[in-house]
Design a protein around this ligand. Structure first.
Ligand code: AMP
Length: 396
């Protein structure tokens, strides 16, 4: 079965056509600037075959049609007919408490996703637009919604409840939801295989460290705690997000800077993290360059970033009363050697022994702890699109 995986943003649409039997990506691409002018990049075998060119994309429906045209194009298409698309898997950011697993999309599911819009106002409406556009253009193709939050629905109350008056949970469902669930699920399964562990009898920690980042404790195959919360703002320091801080800081900044709550939230989401601390960049590679050129603030931001991850790993080892294996994944986790070594250096007390030579490798699946290390540590490249295709195939 060929599965089209769609990840829709408010003005963008990422796609990948995956042969779910061989688990290979046949084509991938990105529509950008939807509603502005329109830019489509289409890749086959990872190589760009259709140059970025202006395609008027007044809305997502037109973007979906352009993607389908590209997939069946006689020069650079990868299928001869749209009938070859057996299913569509949609990434949906927030499933609230409605969805603890992926679901086949119907009108009722659409409504339930819409009911979660309050919880992810930037993401869910965009995901829904993508779903509606695909259902309109390909009404006969079955579609599945795969939620970023679903994997974390196994967290116990003690992990997901905040120390707030109960009524806020009862009335508004304010609680920890967690994100990157598709990645944490995919990576934890693979980590157990690589470490030779029975996932149903294992204590794993997954560090998904990209521009956004979260750390998850996975016990016996289930998420039992995770660093992101009601929204993806909580947790470790990220590219532009502050991560966890004293909530009183919001009011303090608002008073001092004469800003509204909304304006302060924009600062915390878009102008903080590595970008805000360094005053330089949110991109780890540029931060590294800044540090090597003697930029003190870049060095401090990097130190704080690593220190934060160390603290979460320690907290989750404590929460599970031990840890058998740890994975690093996503852009920084897979590639930034100094982050991996910086974190591992501080985990000796848990029985982590870094293989300093292996640690210099990057970007590929491999063990970076010694073979005698009590806790095994691996780089496990994440593949959220493949995970969505697998879920879609499994459900149908
Ligand atoms: P992601 O959000 O998973 O795409 O990750 C993006 C982050 O990964 C950015 O901060 C990049 O600078 C970082 N990144 C990508 N490649 C490397 C690399 N070779 N070394 C260090 N950081 C990298």
């Amino acid at each position: 079965m060929k599965v089209l995986v769609i990840n829709c943003g408010s003005s963008s649409l990422k796609y990948q056509l995956i042969d779910a039997s061989t688990e290979t990506a046949l084509a991938s691409g990105l529509c950008e600037r939807i509603g502005i002018d329109g830019l489509l990049t289409h890749k086959v075998d990872g190589k760009k075959v259709k140059d970025e060119e202006k395609n008027p994309m007044p809305n997502h429906e037109v973007a979906v049609k352009l993607v389908l045209d590209a997939l069946v194009d006689k020069d650079y298409g990868v299928i001869t007919s749209l009938e070859e698309i057996g299913a569509i898997g949609h990434r949906v950011v927030h499933g609230g408490e409605h969805f603890a697993s992926s679901v086949i999309i119907n009108d009722e599911v659409e409504k339930a996703i819409e009911a979660c819009n309050d919880l992810a106002p930037l993401h869910n409406p965009a995901n829904l637009v993508g779903i509606k556009a695909c259902r309109k253009v390909l009404p006969q193709v079955p579609m599945v919604a795969v939620f970023d939050t679903a994997f974390h629905q196994t967290m116990p109350e003690k992990a997901y409840l905040y120390g707030l008056p109960r009524e806020y949970y009862d009335k508004y469902k304010i609680r920890r939801y967690g994100f990157h669930g598709t990645s944490h699920s995919f990576v934890s399964k693979r980590l157990a295989e690589l470490a030779g562990l029975d996932i149903h009898n294992s204590k794993l920690i997954v560090c998904h460290i990209g521009n956004g980042g979260s750390v998850t404790a996975v016990k016996n195959g289930k998420s039992v705690d995770t660093s992101m919360g009601l929204t993806p703002l909580e947790g470790i320091i990220m590219g532009t997000r502050s991560g966890s801080l004293d909530p009183a800081i919001v009011e303090f900044i608002a008073h001092k800077e004469n800003k509204t709550i909304e304006e302060v939230m924009t600062v915390l989401n878009k102008k903080s993290g590595l970008a805000g601390m360094s005053g330089l960049t949110s991109d780890f590679r540029d931060l590294r360059k800044g540090k090597s050129e003697g930029n003190q603030l870049a060095a401090i931001a990097m130190d704080a970033f690593i220190y934060n991850i160390v603290k979460y790993v320690g907290a989750y080892a404590a929460a599970m009363n031990g840890v058998d294996a740890i994975a690093f994944t996503a852009g920084i986790g897979e590639n930034a050697i100094e982050v991996r070594t910086g974190v591992m250096e501080n985990l000796g007390y848990l029985g982590v022994e870094a293989d300093l030579e292996a640690c210099k490798q990057m970007g590929q699946e491999m063990m970076v702890s010694t073979k005698d290390s009590k806790v095994k540590v691996f780089i496990v490249p994440t593949n959220e699109e493949l995970a969505i295709a697998r879920e879609t195939k499994a459900l149908l």
